[in-house]
Design a binder for this molecule. Structure first.
Ligand code: HEM
Length: 134
């Protein structure tokens, strides 16, 4: 019997499978929104938003980005965030909470890096207000 830790290249796990699939990603997304909604800078954006649907879409998006067998079926991100006046600072704060949730869950850093790079690529679709001057 072969060791379960040995993989050939063709059988390489997706990041989605490596972190534990749907239950693990659901837990990360729940923690992520706990952190976002606990952040005074961000909470106001989510007033009146239906969180069950939002979390379902976010789980699907993160799963897809991590190579899971899940297709994101929410609105495109530009439409979903249009008119909210989200700033680059807000975006950085949200991305930071995602990194924190992934880190707390024990996700390996190289998988966090890949996931965050994919999420960071969405910034032009989400941010409408430039970063404040340092
Ligand atoms: C970091 C990258 C981000 C990603 C990948 C992301 C992803 C998503 C997704 C998948 C949805 C669901 C869309 C749908 O239901 O069809 C959503 C909705 C939403 N996002 Fe983001 N988001 C990001 C950043 C942000 C930021 C920075 C804010 C505000 C500070 C924000 C505020 C919202 C709000 C308020 C909604 C609900 C929109 C509504 O239902 O009217 N998001 N986001």
């Amino acid at each position: 019997m072969s060791s379960p830790t040995i993989q050939t290249e063709s059988e390489a796990l997706s990041d989605y499978a490596a972190v534990g699939g749907a239950p693990a990603i659901t837990a990360v997304v729940n923690r992520f929104y706990e952190l976002v909604l606990g952040d005074d800078r961000l909470r106001g954006y989510f007033d009146g938003v239906e969180l069950v649907r939002l979390k379902r879409h976010q789980v699907a998006l993160v799963s897809q980005v991590m190579g899971g067998p899940v297709a994101y079926d929410g609105r495109d991100l530009r439409t979903a965030h249009a008119g909210k006046g989200i700033s680059a600072d807000d975006f950085g704060a949200v991305a930071g909470h995602l990194i924190a949730a992934l880190t707390e869950a024990g996700v390996p850093s190289e998988i966090i890096d890949r996931t965050v790079a994919a999420v960071a690529a969405t910034q032009p679709d989400i941010v409408e207000v430039p970063a404040t001057q340092a």
